[in-house]
Design a protein around this ligand. Structure first.
Ligand SMILES: Cc1cc2nc3c(=O)[nH]c(=O)nc-3n(C[C@H](O)[C@H](O)[C@H](O)COP(=O)(O)O)c2cc1C
Length: 375
């Protein structure tokens, strides 16, 4: 195992190289925590394979020389149609955690969804990367007062919207972690909680598998007390998309949590067109789960997403080189996206429509994860 990765390295030539460098520096239990999915990891594999089933339909001799990557999501201007996912226990991957992610996003003109269960407090991240700490994630768990207190802190710290994680009433059945006996230290996920007991209480709810599951009605009542627009994260059916919108969600994050929650469900990319059809053009949609390269971003946007959210890809950058590593991931994504758009003959990410893609059959494939992790 090579542990001699230069933490200031920005010279990774490809996104795969960033991943390889990240996995080489992480101890095996942290590696499994990052790479693993739930159950037999069928959804984890499906998330990747789904992208290959959408082939590009190029148009030649008509494109623009420098396609635009700018967009806007929930009122936030973005230089790249990419947000970083709320991934907690971020200090596990690099001592600077989400502070480094926020700074890299600020430099790239994009934004973070900051996790509730992170290593740093939401105020520290906002102070380090003011514009880029745009969205704050909350867990609909625990007491109403605890939930509202977190919402108020995001408001006071200047966040522009909330992201409500709807698909984690309990933690998924993560066999790699069970085998390793792995649980992140409370200091890694407790940056926002007022005490160690509070942090352990939140984790306990997820692991004991007995937590009361919140309803849309309860969520709507509590979020109705905030002026911030919110994104419903973890939406995988048209029915839940409609319920979230009826509850007041201004945007949806189509996501199966990167295959970490309910194993055996479909790829998020495969449900995206149905969800776009169900909610129409007026609701903004983000997509995550399985995005590993610029071509994946282009495909998701062509199928109806406004922006794409990267979880593991951002964590690879963080582990491989801290802020510089995340910056390199964003830079490589930008270069890949503009290359694909030019070759596809489309003027910019906002011009992408479903006719840029066609469905193809492919045999059993396992792509994008060459070494280690078995994913
Ligand atoms: C290490 C790790 C920690 C995560 N922690 C959280 C979290 O605290 N809250 C949350 O809503 N999602 C969390 N997620 C899920 C991500 O927000 C996102 O949905 C997922 O990573 C997307 O899939 P991808 O990793 O294939 O990009 C986590 C993901 C990873 C990999």
């Amino acid at each position: 195992m090579d542990t001699a990765v230069d933490t200031t390295a920005t010279d990774f030539a490809t996104l795969d190289e960033v991943r390889e460098a990240a996995l080489a520096v992480l101890p095996s239990d942290a590696h499994d925590f990052l790479e693993g999915g739930a159950g037999e990891e069928a959804t984890l594999r499906r998330n990747r394979n789904a992208f290959e089933r959408w082939a590009f339909v190029p148009r030649v001799m008509g494109g623009l020389p420098s396609p635009s990557t700018t967009t806007r999501f929930l009122g936030v201007d973005l230089a790249l149609p990419v947000l970083t996912a709320p991934f907690g226990a971020d200090g596990l991957f690099h001592p600077d955690g989400q502070v480094a992610v926020g700074r890299a996003n600020a430099a790239a003109g994009t934004a973070s969804i900051v996790p509730e269960a992170g290593t740093y407090s939401l105020e520290e991240i906002a102070a380090a990367a003011p514009g880029a700490a745009a969205f704050g994630q909350v867990n609909p768990l625990g007491t109403d007062e605890g939930f509202l207190a977190m919402v108020r802190r995001y408001e006071r710290a200047g966040y522009r919207g909330l992201c409500v994680t709807c698909d984690v009433p309990i933690q998924g059945w993560r066999e790699r972690n069970l085998r390793n006996g792995y649980l992140p230290d409370h200091r890694l996920f407790g940056g926002n909680y007022p005490s160690v007991e509070h942090a352990l209480g939140q984790l306990g709810q997820l692991l004991e598998r007995e937590a009361p599951v919140w309803s849309w009605a309860k969520l709507g009542e509590l979020l109705g007390q905030s002026r911030l627009p919110w994104i419903a994260k973890g939406i995988m059916t048209p029915e839940d998309a409609s319920a979230a919108v009826a509850t007041g969600a201004r945007a949806l994050l189509v996501s199966n949590h990167g295959g970490r929650q309910l194993d055996g469900q479909r790829a998020s990319l495969d449900v995206l067109p149905e969800i776009r059809d169900a909610v129409g053009p007026g609701i903004e949609i983000a997509l995550d789960s399985g995005v590993r390269r610029g071509a994946d971003v282009v495909r998701a946007i062509a199928l109806g997403a406004d922006v794409v959210v990267i979880g593991r890809l951002a964590a690879y950058g963080l582990a491989a080189g801290g802020e510089a590593g995340v910056a390199r991931v964003l830079e490589l994504l930008r270069a890949e996206i503009t290359t694909v758009l030019t070759l596809l003959g489309r003027g910019g990410v906002r011009d992408l429509t479903p006719d840029a893609l066609t469905r193809v059959e492919v045999g059993p494939v396992s792509r994008g994860h060459r070494a280690g992790g078995g994913a």
